[in-house]
Design a protein around this ligand. Structure first.
Ligand code: SF4
Length: 440
């Protein structure tokens, strides 16, 4: 580094490694734009560069381990490089990270917008830079902006940060702080920009988007925001990130389904179909409420894709409780389920719970649930055989074979001699094969 400090370059190259969720992806895109405006040259992930930024994740122990691995790998790729670790794992374990790795700059989940300034200071002066600040009750939303993203079809827009739910297995409220919503007008402004850059679909994301607007005491803030986005020229599809079942009221679904750009896809986090497990998880709904809300969605949007996450092997989960989840899944018939085996996350209430479930049982439950989920996914896809449905084409998988998504989030492969990328086309579905609808 001494050599680098005394030999300031005109242009420094930067590469990003992003772990974790859609919010991290958004924030990496926003930091990319910030650094480009400040004169840095952002190169693809994996290339040798002068500066490496690792946007870390802390959701599991494994994601923290991977974050460290990338920090160490960056120094091996270029020992002269400046290595920056940002985000959740830094917020949780910044001090250890700086002792145990060769990181040069650490930034927690706040002050990511200072990244350019901190890197420039470090390039002039070789001292270690740190910006990790505790949360102190009320927090402001840190504005990070994007106008373009590297995925040319779908733009991921962050509308909210933080979570105040404190599910007993989750570390996120401790590393992301309390809920804070982004300004309605800033979001509209950002979406207008991405629309003018050619993006057709936007996905509204956050740590807990169902809480959008609650910090400024507006109960219907999310649906109002969606109604205004629906008016933006150029945007053809509006999709929502993961939702809390309680958000789904008759008023919400009625207003949502009356708009012409909203997707009939809802990712409603379930986690367990057993009342007693939901209670231990400190989830704020019952299985019955969940089912009623799915019924409401299907009343207004009969072909809606309902996807979810389920954790198996939560502490104390008995065979009976697991079977309640199985019966619940059979009653709902989800279009897709992400199954997770519970993993202990230190610092959470669930980590202290007695009766941790044996790994072999977790694996067995996971397999059972995945098999069931696959059969319902297939049944759901089969419903569309022979139908003509709109598909937003995102990529050319191989020559003349294009991949896109339906509004209810099914993957479609299409054969076409002309380039149909970034277009919405009407596809006639011929069959279901290997997780895909095949259309023409
Ligand atoms: S809702 Fe629960 S699982 Fe989701 S981020 Fe908040 S605490 Fe974690």
């Amino acid at each position: 580094m001494n050599k680098q400090a005394s030999n300031i370059k005109e242009k420094y190259t930067v590469s990003f490694t992003t772990l974790g969720c859609k919010v991290n992806q958004f924030e990496s895109e926003a930091m990319t734009e910030l650094l480009e405006q400040e004169g840095f040259v952002v190169v693809p992930h994996g290339e040798i560069s002068d500066i490496y930024i690792i946007n870390t994740c802390a959701v599991t122990k494994e994601s923290e381990r991977k974050s460290r691995q990338f920090i160490n790998k960056a120094k091996r790729m270029n020992p002269e490089a400046v290595v920056v670790a940002v985000g959740c794992s830094v917020q949780l374990n910044g001090e250890n990270l700086s002792k145990e790795t060769d990181v040069d700059i650490i930034i927690g989940t706040k002050h990511k917008s200072n990244i350019g300034k901190l890197i420039k200071e470090r390039l002039k002066d070789i001292k270690f830079e740190s910006q990790v600040e505790e949360f102190c009750g009320r927090e402001d939303f840190e504005e990070l902006k994007i106008s373009t993203v590297h995925d040319k079809t779908r733009a991921n827009i962050k509308i909210q940060d933080g979570c105040s739910q404190f599910c007993s297995y989750c570390i996120i409220p401790y590393v992301r702080g309390p809920i804070r919503s982004r300004s309605h007008d800033y979001i509209l402004d950002e979406i207008s920009k991405v629309a003018s850059n050619g993006y057709k679909e936007i996905v509204l994301n956050g740590i807990h988007i169902s809480s959008y607007g609650k910090d400024f005491h507006q109960q219907d803030a999310l649906i109002k925001l969606i109604e205004d986005i629906n008016e933006i020229k150029g945007i053809e599809r509006i999709r929502l990130g993961s939702l809390e079942p309680k958000l789904i009221t008759e008023d919400f679904v009625k207003r949502y389904s009356s708009l012409d750009k909203t997707c009939d896809h809802f990712h409603l986090s379930l986690q367990s179909g057993s009342e007693s497990v939901l209670k231990r998880m400190n989830r704020k709904y019952t299985a019955d409420e969940y089912k009623n809300n799915v019924d409401l969605i299907r009343k207004y949007l009969p072909d809606a894709g309902i996807t979810t996450d389920i954790i198996v092997g939560f502490p104390g989960e008995t065979d009976d409780e697991f079977n309640e989840t199985i019966e619940f899944v059979k009653a709902i018939k989800f279009s897709r389920i992400h199954v997770f085996k519970y993993s202990v996350r230190e610092g959470t209430k669930a980590a202290e719970m007695k009766n941790q479930v044996d790994e072999a049982i977790k694996s067995q439950r996971s397999r059972t649930l995945i098999d069931l989920a696959d059969s319902f996914s297939r049944d759901f896809m089969k419903k569309f055989e022979g139908k003509t449905i709109p598909v937003l084409v995102e990529t050319e998988k191989k020559e003349n074979i294009f991949e896109g998504y339906t509004t209810n989030y099914l993957k479609v492969l299409l054969k076409s001699d002309i380039n149909i990328k970034n277009k919405i086309v009407n596809a006639r579905i011929k069959c279901v094969k290997n997780d895909y609808l095949w259309g023409e």
